[in-house]
Design a protein around this ligand. Structure first.
Ligand code: BG6
Length: 490
């Protein structure tokens, strides 16, 4: 189904996100025939650019994007590029100056519009205020006016609340699309399909059968050129209240009554509100030092550009959380995320309880292979089930085996940026994969105690780890204390 005609306005349209992700996503939507001829892009930015220069930059970005595929689709489709090219225009102006918005209004006219805020967070409030003052967010008749807000949405619970209040002065909740790009990932959306379209997972999905859950988002990259941003942010704020909480919510929420945006978001809110972190002993903050990654020496965080030599910003965090509800009482959820770890890997591992009794003389119950269902989010996409089986031979001996579903073996879809679904959903008015005000606040509320402890050195010390390692040993101790251990980071 084609999306209705729309002017797609990108604030920060000359920036990196637009070129690397948004324009490729729009190209993919055009290839799939999902955009109307009445679709156009207006890029708003302060840089001195012209329509032609911007189009040339988009063209180059698209060529880079398709070249990465290395398949038959590795060539930019000329017909699609010609279609898109004529629909791109540039508007130079400051995000604070009402004159920018006046000119923008003239460019958009009276039709549908999406305003994408691909700008630094300090501009979110101002841009929305200005849009409102210029009546660009007024919806007349059937037309829609929607705003997509990038992350970071606030800096803590209070600032997220304040930002919500500010946006809601101009916009109605249904006009606001707060993005979390993890929800654009196929494998993340698949968690709901897995749980709610199959008969055999859900009956086991509870405290009677699940021992604990581990959620890992490990990265090999360091802070790259984002030292200035990261210094004031850290791994906890950057990854946990948003991305990891989304993974947790998808894994732990109750079945919604339907797939309507509000039904899904109600359930997410409920489970996020039930999260509880007991004390500073359940949080490990780490920071990478120098090390070796993929055979190459890499520098430590404090030696990265724009990072203070005595920085206390964490680049790694591990947490033990409880979910205080009937389904999950007593089942710990362990989360960890960090930069400069040994491998890039995002996954959710559901550890089931052991068999209650071992019939097998040579394999005592504590040596039985643990039953683990791992949902691989990236870079491998799929699901693995680990369980025990008899090793062939005359004696009864047991060994661990794995059953694996791999996305790439089953489906031949070309790679996407993860933004295709999100943009298409916004164009068609489906907010299921976007965060509602209460979801965002619930995510922050869950990590606020850990943020507060992080302010106090004595409560939450910073544990060093070598770049290229599996993280600080203190994170291993967090699980060892409970007689458990992390999935291998290899
Ligand atoms: C972003 C964070 O939101 O997510 C980055 O700001 C992080 O620091 C990135 O690297 C991870 O996204 P992905 O899709 O590579 O897992």
């Amino acid at each position: 189904r084609r999306a209705p005609p729309c002017t797609f306005v990108v604030f920060g349209g000359g920036g990196d996100l637009t070129k690397r992700l948004l324009v490729p996503a729009i190209y993919n939507l055009a290839c799939a025939g999902l955009l109307d001829d009445g679709f156009s892009i207006v890029a708003v930015d302060w840089a001195e650019l012209s329509d032609d220069i911007l189009r040339a930059q988009f063209h180059e970005a698209l060529q880079d994007f398709v070249a990465k595929r290395g398949t038959a689709a590795a060539v930019l489709r000329d017909d699609i590029w010609r279609w898109l090219n004529t629909r791109v225009s540039y508007l130079r102006g400051s995000f604070e100056d009402p004159a920018t918005f006046e000119r923008l209004g003239a460019r958009i006219g009276s039709g549908n519009a999406v305003f994408y805020l691909a700008v630094a967070a300090r501009f979110f409030g101002t841009i929305v205020d200005r849009l409102g003052e210029s009546h660009l967010t007024d919806e007349v008749g059937e037309t829609y006016r929607r705003v997509i807000v990038e992350k970071p949405f606030g800096h803590d619970l209070n600032s997220a609340r304040e930002l919500n209040i500010r946006l809601l002065r101009t916009l109605r909740e249904r006009q606001i699309y707060r993005i979390d790009h993890y929800l654009g990932k196929e494998t993340v959306q698949n968690i709901m399909a897995l749980r709610f379209s199959n008969g055999f997972f859900e009956p086991l999905w509870n405290r009677q059968n699940i021992d604990h859950v581990q959620i890992t988002a490990a990265e090999t990259v360091g802070v790259e050129k984002r030292g200035r941003f990261y210094e004031g942010t850290g791994a906890l704020r950057d990854m946990v209240p948003n991305h990891l909480m989304q993974l947790l919510a998808m894994t732990a929420m109750e079945a919604p009554v339907s797939f309507d945006a509000d039904a899904v978001r109600d359930e997410k809110s409920k489970v996020l509100k039930a999260i509880h972190c007991t004390g500073p002993e359940d949080v490990v903050r780490g920071q990478y030092g120098g090390g070796v990654l993929g055979g190459t020496p890499v520098r430590g965080y404090r030696d990265e550009p724009d990072v203070a030599p005595a920085s206390r910003t964490e680049t790694y965090v591990a947490m033990k959380l409880a979910i205080d509800n009937w389904r999950w009482a007593g089942v710990p959820f362990y989360l960890r995320t960090g930069k400069r770890l040994a491998v890039r890997k995002t996954e959710i591992a559901i550890h089931f309880r052991r068999a209650p009794y071992a019939l097998f003389r040579d394999t005592p119950v504590d040596r039985l292979t643990p039953n683990i269902m791992t949902i691989h989010i990236q870079p491998t996409e799929g699901v693995t089930l680990q369980f025990g089986a008899k090793i062939p031979g005359p004696t009864v001996r047991l060994g661990g085996v794995r059953m694996k579903f791999d996305y790439s073996e089953w489906f031949s879809e070309g790679p996407s940026t993860g933004y295709e679904t999100l943009i298409y959903d916004c164009l068609t008015g489906d907010a299921t994969l976007f965060q509602r005000a209460d979801n965002i606040e619930a995510g922050w509320r869950a990590v606020q105690p850990a943020l507060d402890w992080g302010e106090r050195t004595e409560a939450a010390p910073l544990c060093p780890y070598a770049a290229g390692s599996a993280g600080p040993i203190e994170a291993d101790a967090l699980l060892a204390r409970d007689g458990r251990q992390w999935q291998d980071l290899a």
